[in-house]
Design a protein around this ligand. Structure first.
Ligand code: IPE
Ligand code: IPE
Ligand code: MG
Length: 226
């Protein structure tokens, strides 16, 4: 196995919090809370994965369709998570990055995120969090910027995506048994490998990520060649 088979950038659609809660006869909010704990454990293991970047889909531009109470719970969990885990990010050399239309979130969250971005700017491994993120919207924004700068080509669009400074996406994981992209990284996934698991997000552990990475290392990527 050559070192070129090692993934640099993995993205995860963290799905199944609601079903996990239902299965355990708990309120949905508990599923989301356990989901945050799964994120925390994964971020703590980031160093041992060798990844340069882990991108997590936390809130989609379509998730606003959910009941107000659930959206409120998710936003409060976000506030609590940033507050409690930011010092750990800094200590563990994690660079936070946010993709999506996150400036459209509540002003206090935007402020917390700006502060977190500043404090973690020098980190060597990137945790990218997709917040109020929709891939079609991201591509449309990038295409407008590319047009304004003179020319629309795959390269100029890519250069204006929120992910422009991240390594190419190697592997896309989705939990909970759903097999769809739900408006996540449509452009970036053009040649990414896919890994789907029935595990519900609150039960996803660093071991599952390690298993996915192990399988990734065995895959042959051809990019249309032979
Ligand atoms: C993923 O879990 C978390 C978010 C989308 C914010 P879900 O809340 O979608 O859980 P299911 O799909 O209903 O089980
Ligand atoms: C995708 O999950 C969004 C996140 C994980 C943040 P959803 O649960 O919102 O996706 P659909 O609605 O099942 O496609
Ligand atoms: Mg879901």
């Amino acid at each position: 196995m050559g070192s070129d088979n090692r993934a640099r950038h993995v993205a995860i659609i963290m799905d199944g919090n609601g079903r996990w809660a239902k299965r355990h006869h708990l309120p949905r909010a508990m599923g989301h809370q356990r989901g945050v704990e799964a994120v925390r454990k994964l971020v703590r293991s980031l160093d041992s994965t060798g990844l340069e970047c882990l991108t997590l889909y936390a809130f989609s531009s379509e998730n606003w369709k959910r009941p107000e109470e659930e959206i409120g719970d998710l936003m409060n969990l976000m506030r609590r998570f940033i507050k409690s885990d930011l010092p750990e990010f800094v200590a563990n050399d994690v660079r936070l990055k946010i993709i999506g239309d996150w400036k459209g979130l509540d002003p206090d969250i935007v402020k917390m995120l700006e502060d977190a971005l500043e404090q973690t700017a020098k980190g060597s491994r990137t945790l990218a969090v997709a917040l109020n993120y929709g891939s079609q919207q991201e591509i449309a924004r990038a295409a407008s910027k590319a047009a304004a700068a003179g020319e629309i080509t795959p390269e100029t669009i890519a250069a204006h995506l929120d992910t422009a400074d991240l390594p190419p996406l190697d592997l896309l994981i989705r939990t909970s048994g759903e097999v769809r992209l739900s408006n996540f990284l449509l452009w970036q996934a053009a040649y990414a490998e896919m890994w789907f698991t029935d595990v519900l997000w609150p039960e996803f552990t660093p071991r599952h990520l390690a298993a996915a990475l192990e399988e990734f290392a065995k895959r042959e990527r051809r990019y249309g060649g032979r």
